[in-house]
Design a protein around this ligand. Structure first.
Ligand SMILES: Nc1nc2c(ncn2[C@@H]2O[C@H](COP(=O)(O)OP(=O)(O)OP(=O)(O)O)[C@@H](O)[C@H]2O)c(=O)[nH]1
Ligand SMILES: [Mg+2]
Length: 631
């Protein structure tokens, strides 16, 4: 009988061994009796064809095992920075995380980005230092590095004999004193014992660690190997004892939860992963889904209003217990039968706007079908992809072309392969370019009158005023004419055309922080049709925008870089070359800490090049900080 459940994310930089560790955990707990391998493309969680061929994780996957009366759902996440949106979605539904490091590569910039986010969310996090069997694996100086650059309150629970070879074995650390010293900082009882010169017993220290781990302020550290299985028993003990398990409660009531991933079944049907927070979920019962306000991916920060829709599941499958007919609070459950569903939607109750933890995409690329005539098919396929991953935004350009918002080149390749494989459309991508946007510089007005004797396509009067609106307000639209002055369908046609036209301003970028006012209208009953207004509105808006003038902005990131002393010159020169502006530089031990602002579009390039510029020692962290005028 399962009494508790734990949903644990496996997070790390690329190739640290997350998928191998997930596989090993399933093997150790008897879920699978043959150990699969990433290198042969035979693991449980890298199940996509592209994942198996490339040996990287692209989509979040869930696998479950049990420890006594505890069910653990492992959420294996991708490590490549291009797929960070997947990790972001998973974070909201986790009870804890295992952050994996490689004993050879150590603390990577992406590890720091993840740890910073985990600490901000106060998510209980255990560090697993993998690959102790590989040559070049380190223990003591890596621990020091972890304390210095990742998290100061670390408590190692095991140690390694013969590190750096296949024979490396782990052994639990017996001395509770060292652990107590770390934990005493936030534990008065332990502090008192230490001050009195007493050594606290194992149980007291373990309980203090569980408390502080649960609060997300102290982090157990375990060494091991996903390949040899060393450290795995300690990891399983740690998971069972140190993470705060959620009671699996079958309390009747409205089922509430969050959709954190979407898959497409072979039939094309959508399958959604939901983490249930409360209530009981069964198939065939009526359900209400809420879509909160979120930033649409057009780079212009246009907010979409909240939406509500009804659904009825045709089937469900509880992670770890596929035979069960109902899911209860704490469970992760796969659900079928809701075609509208999107990642981030809430079940049962509206939630706050989902928070962005990582960088929004800074690049976009124009995509075209290789076979002419397949444009509609390509467009539909891209929309379907964007639904699975809300951070893949798409934008329709004036000529009818579609552009896709991107994190980087690997994501682009994967989108290309997915379009071909799952949707049967071969697509070509133009070189990626940064995402910019425009804001009006002033106020501009324009109008066009009905021309009764003129050409018959001038059967509508439209007057528009365009003016700047407060930062972050997106697109505002209001009427200065009576609502009754036009049939409703015409009003709708005008507003839709305004919003569509704003997707591409005079400089070719989306226009934002803009207020558009409808100042004049007229039509000729019954000759005028909605299409007359659509064409007219586009022309009038373009003219008003040109009169107002627009300025192009680029999104920026605030950054902090830590580089070895000798890398100061090359790194600062390169940052300036990418458009970065340094606001502060100070020494921290044997390193320079640089702070400043840099165009978002350059961030991925920095992340790629910094290791080379800093002998692998540089650490980089950045977050969106606003925007600046494009020079
Ligand atoms: N020697 C050794 N190799 C390992 C270990 N764990 C993983 N590997 C290897 O490291 C490579 C990457 O492993 P994965 O499990 O795919 O890493 P990942 O973190 O899931 O990678 P992404 O999902 O693409 O970010 C594979 O070739 C594994 O065989 C380990 O403990 N020891
Ligand atoms: Mg993986």
């Amino acid at each position: 009988m399962i009494k508790h459940v734990l949903n644990i994310g496996i997070l790390a930089h690329v190739d640290a061994g997350k998928t191998s560790l997930t596989e090993r955990l399933l093997f150790e707990t008897g879920v699978i009796d043959r150990l699969g391998s990433v290198d042969d493309g035979s693991t449980q969680t890298d199940s996509g064809e592209i994942e198996r061929r490339r040996g990287i994780t692209i989509r979040t996957a869930v696998a479950s095992f049990t420890l006594g009366d505890l069910r653990v759902n492992l959420v294996d996440t991708p490590g490549h920075a291009d797929f960070v949106a997947e990790v972001e979605r998973a974070l909201g539904v986790l009870d804890g995380a295992v952050l994996v490091l490689s004993a050879v590569e150590g603390v990577q910039p992406h590890t720091r980005v993840l740890m910073k986010t985990l600490r901000r969310l106060r998510l209980p996090t255990l560090l697993f230092v993998n690959k102790i069997d590989r040559s070049g694996a380190r223990e003591h100086d890596l621990l020091a590095d972890i304390r210095r650059r990742l998290a100061p309150s670390c408590v190692p629970l095991n140690t390694v004999d013969g590190i750096g070879g296949r024979a490396a074995v782990t052994r639990p650390l017996g001395d509770p004193y060292a652990a107590a010293e770390v934990l005493a900082e936030r534990d008065d009882e332990l502090l008192e014992l230490l001050v009195d010169g007493k050594t606290p017993d194992h149980g007291t220290v373990r309980a203090a660690l569980a408390r502080q781990c649960g609060d997300g302020v102290a982090h157990p550290v375990l060494f091991g190997s996903a390949i040899t299985g060393q450290g795995l028993p300690e990891l399983l003990d740690g998971v069972a004892e140190l993470f705060p398990a959620v009671p699996r409660a079958a309390r009747e009531g409205t089922a509430t939860g969050t959709v954190f991933a979407i898959e497409r079944a072979a039939s094309g049907e959508k399958v959604a992963y939901v983490r249930l927070r409360a209530g009981v979920l069964r198939a065939r019962e009526p359900l209400t889904f809420y879509r909160g306000q979120r930033q649409s991916g057009d780079g212009g920060g246009n907010a979409q209003a909240g939406q509500v829709y009804e659904g009825r599941l045709t089937a469900l499958s509880v992670a770890g217990a596929p035979g069960e007919a109902q899911a209860v609070a704490g469970d992760i459950v796969k659900v079928w039968g809701v075609p509208e569903v999107r990642v981030g939607d809430r079940l049962g109750e509206p939630g706050p706007a989902s928070q962005a933890h990582f960088t929004p995409p800074g690049l976009e690329t124009v995509v075209r079908p290789r076979v002419p005539g397949q444009e509609p098919r390509l467009h539909a396929a891209l929309l379907a992809l964007a639904e699975q991953d809300p951070l893949i935004g798409t934008r329709t350009l004036a000529g009818g072309d579609t552009s896709v918002l991107l994190y980087g080149e690997v994501q682009k390749e994967v989108i290309g392969e997915t379009l071909a494989r799952d949707f049967g459309v071969e697509a070509d991508f133009e070189p990626s370019r940064p995402v910019y946007f425009e804001r009006p510089a002033g106020t501009g007005e324009a109008a066009e009158e009905i021309q009764r004797q003129g050409r018959n396509d001038f059967m509508a009067t439209v007057g528009l005023r365009v003016e700047p609106a407060p930062r972050g307000s997106g697109v505002g639209y209001r009427l200065e004419v009576d609502l009754g002055s036009l049939p409703h369908a015409f009003h709708r046609a005008i507003e839709e055309s305004v919003r569509a036209a704003l997707r591409e301003g005079p400089h070719g970028w989306p226009v934002t922080d803009v207020l558009v006012t409808l100042t004049r209208t007229g039509y000729s009953s019954p000759v005028t049709v909605a299409a007359d207004f659509r064409g007219r509105t586009r022309v009038v808006l373009a003219r008003a925008l040109r009169r107002a003038g627009t300025v192009v902005y680029e999104p920026c990131h605030r950054f902090e870089a830590e580089v070895p002393l000798e890398a100061f010159g090359p790194v600062t020169a390169q940052l300036a070359g990418w458009g970065g502006v340094l606001s502060e530089a100070h020494r921290r031990g044997e390193a320079w800490v640089l702070e400043g602002e840099i165009p978002a579009a350059a961030v991925h390039e920095v992340e790629r090049r910094l290791p080379g510029l800093s002998h692998g020692e540089g650490v980089w962290w950045s977050e969106p900080s606003g925007d600046r005028r494009l020079k």
